[in-house]
Design a protein around this ligand. Structure first.
Ligand SMILES: [Zn+2]
Length: 215
């Protein structure tokens, strides 16, 4: 596992990139990475472009944080829930990126309209039912929508992606946003043709062979 200092620097760099890309409008969204004994998460109300590595908040596996730190993101339960349920998750990007959030507000997941949906791990990207931000209910809904997947939409809220490192989580979050935009565009014209489950299983298998989003 990388040093916590190194991870903090990479989280800040990733946050700045997501901010520059318009992925966290109005200071929405948050990032985290698993570290020894718990995880570090971006602080509540942080402007990504002004964030310092020391602003990130360490929480233990039960979600407790000590004094002398900033207050963690109000979505810390969302991050804790995913780390508990998915041992392979080492970093999480939660965003209110515009196109993924547009679909989430329609309570509409993303079907297999493009083979790259398989980057999220299966034949679709599900949309979790709505639950109030910051609640355990939202965390539970996200974990359910993530079954067999590394990304999901969150009803009337946003999106979540995880990876085995900060950069992979970021790449998947950016991929989900791009796919959401393309799906939304296709819906302006009509209903896109969908790939069947057998083809998507084939693509998932091919991706597993050569790895990571970005290919
Ligand atoms: Zn949110």
């Amino acid at each position: 596992m990388s040093s916590e200092r190194g991870l903090r620097l990479r989280i800040v760099a990733t946050a700045r990139r997501l901010s520059a890309a318009g992925m966290n409008p109005g200071r929405s969204g948050n990032l985290s990475a698993r570290v020894e004994g718990g995880f570090v998460v971006t602080p509540s109300g942080a402007a990504y472009d002004a964030m310092h590595p020391d602003d990130l908040v360490f929480l233990d596996e039960d979600g407790r944080w000590g004094g002398g730190q900033r207050t963690p993101s109000s979505e810390w339960r969302l991050h804790r829930g995913v780390y508990r349920a998915r041992p392979e998750a080492h970093a999480i990007v939660h965003s209110h990126s515009p196109f993924a959030t547009t679909l989430a507000c329609m309570r509409r997941g993303i079907p297999a309209f493009h083979y790259e949906i398989a980057f999220a791990g299966g034949a679709d990207i599900r949309c979790a039912p709505y639950a109030t931000f910051g609640t355990q209910e939202l965390s539970d809904a996200a974990v359910a929508a993530l079954e067999g997947r590394r990304a999901c939409l969150l009803g009337n809220h946003g999106a979540l992606a995880f990876g085995d490192g900060v950069e992979n989580a970021r790449d998947l979050a950016e991929k989900v946003e791009a796919l959401a935009r393309m799906y939304w565009q296709a819906l302006q014209v009509g209903e896109p043709a969908l790939l069947d489950d057998a083809e998507m299983a084939r693509v998932v298998g091919k991706f597993a062979g050569y790895g990571k989003p970005g290919g």
